[in-house]
Design a protein around this ligand. Structure first.
Ligand code: PLP
Length: 463
């Protein structure tokens, strides 16, 4: 059944036919589906002409901002020249050029690029590669993965198994066996036994959190563990940056047990933290980086797993083959768009802009700490989480009923009605997540702060 969209109520058609992702569809039975039709810079517009500040860069994606004609033109030019060819035993110039460019940006000997179409596939690729690497190098029992509580790594069954959110996994169990969880770096909720005179020392906390990963490796048996998957700054749970010394210690632990360190940078790469890769921001050397989202600023989909020469070596010998691939991996149009997007990064100094402004962004959000509902403000670069609490002193969180009533029933809608697209998330403790386009400046930060102030004040009154 088709009809002219211009003649129809888009919202009703969306409800009838568009199954939205991670969406409670019944909530749209009697209320309109928000429908975004246009974007420019840091703003988007809905089908009624209302303007919103894009406080989440779509979904941690639109780094260079909306409405960049040169990215649309790069896509059109490539589609006219060579719209599609796979990278299965053949190559095409844009995938070659992009692979070389990513290898040049990536730290150390991360020189081999395996393309996919998104982040979850990049994570799948990294795990499969780790397993086969150890089979090829005489350690066939090393296949398990350690990752961190509450971390999100994607929806394919392997990536979902690595994910540390039991509620997201439960409907699909049994998932891929062999994944185990260790604590994350949520220092706001550090265990009380780490306190000394009521204070948590960040370095001691970092040592503990890294050592907990070693405990997980040892509990599983180091000869069974292939890799540790961690984000530079963990998103789910609301932006947990690494404590000082954390990654240096984690690198040592991985080396000690011959376990690969995979930096899942699906969010943190491409300027989100002010560097091409999150590993650069915190000065560690991963064995693989997974990335996607911001590589094209969302103008076309692509993902990549960037692999060290050391890991690639056995695959480049004799008849060994990595039996893995995606039809659309390294798509010519997406590769061309990624290159054009990276040109914008270079020309406009987007990474430096984030580094120059991250303190101002955090400082502006920190003003919200005077509100009774704001427990913590944390993050890095242009990537922040604001944790909401019922009691600032005890850090008591909201119960399920309050989350349902206040977070879903009121706050998400209030933020949107007040002109801010962002995310109220309760996959860990309730948080507001913010990650605007990297072109944002002080006026963006102020607008975010003002809308949050009004909406959070109203939410507090509803508890
Ligand atoms: C850290 C991380 N890994 C993997 C993924 C999955 O990426 P995608 O949705 O592109 O499959 C995400 C998505 O947000 C992510 O944040």
């Amino acid at each position: 059944m088709t009809a002219d969209p211009a003649q129809k109520d888009l919202s009703k058609t969306a409800y009838d036919h568009l199954w939205m992702h991670f969406t409670r569809m019944s909530s749209y039975e009697n209320s309109p589906v928000p429908t975004i039709v246009k974007g420019k810079g840091t703003y988007v517009w809905d089908d009624k002409g209302k303007k919103y500040l894009d406080g989440l860069a779509g979904l941690f994606v639109v780094q260079a901002g909306h409405g960049r004609e040169e990215l649309a033109e790069a896509a059109a030019k490539q589609a006219k020249e060579l719209a599609f060819f796979p990278v299965w035993s053949y190559a095409h110039p844009k995938a070659i050029e992009l692979a070389e460019r990513l290898a040049n940006y990536a730290p150390g000997d991360l020189n081999k690029v395996f393309f996919s179409t998104g982040g979850g596939e990049a994570v799948e690729t990294a795990w499969k590669l780790a397993k086969q690497y150890f089979k090829l190098t005489g350690k066939p029992t090393k296949h398990k993965v350690i990752s961190r509580a509450v971390a999100y790594h994607g929806t394919p069954q392997g990536a979902l198994s690595i994910t540390g959110l039991p509620g997201l996994k439960a409907p699909f169990e049994p998932l891929v066996p062999g994944t185990h969880k260790a604590p994350n770096t949520n220092i706001y909720r550090a265990p009380a036994f780490l306190e000394r005179d009521g204070v948590i020392d960040p370095e001691a906390y970092g040592r503990w959190a890294a050592d907990e990963i070693e405990v997980a490796i040892l509990n599983e048996g180091a000869d069974t563990v292939a890799a540790v998957f961690v984000e530079p700054v963990q998103n789910a749970g609301g932006c947990f940056p690494p404590p000082p010394g954390y990654f240096a210690r984690l690198r040592e632990i991985c080396d000690r047990h011959d376990v690969l360190l995979v930096s899942d940078e699906v969010i943190c790469a491409f300027g989100r933290l002010g560097t091409m890769f999150g590993a650069d921001k915190f000065g560690y050397q991963p064995d693989m980086i997974t990335c996607a989202k911001g590589m094209t600023s969302g103008y076309s989909p692509i993902g990549a797993t960037i692999i060290s020469d050391r890991l690639a070596e056995p695959f480049y010998k004799g008849d060994n083959t990595f039996l893995h691939g995606y039809t659309f991996g390294g798509h010519p149009v997406s590769s061309a768009v990624a290159l054009a997007n990276l040109d914008i990064f270079e020309r406009e100094g987007l990474n430096q802009h984030v580094l120059d402004n991250e303190a101002n962004f955090l400082g502006t959000l920190d003003k919200l700490r005077d509100l009774p509902i704001v427990g913590d403000v944390r993050g890095n670069g242009f990537f922040y989480g604001i944790e909401l609490v019922k009691d600032k002193v005890t850090k008591e969180s909201f119960n399920d009923d309050e989350v349902e009533r206040v977070l879903y029933g009121f706050l998400s809608k209030a933020l949107y009605d007040n002109g801010l697209y962002c995310r109220a998330d309760d996959r860990g403790d309730p948080v507001i997540q913010l990650a605007p386009p990297l072109i944002s400046d002080q006026s963006t930060f102020d607008e975010i702060e003002q809308i949050l102030r009004v909406s959070l004040t109203d939410a507090w009154a509803k508890i």
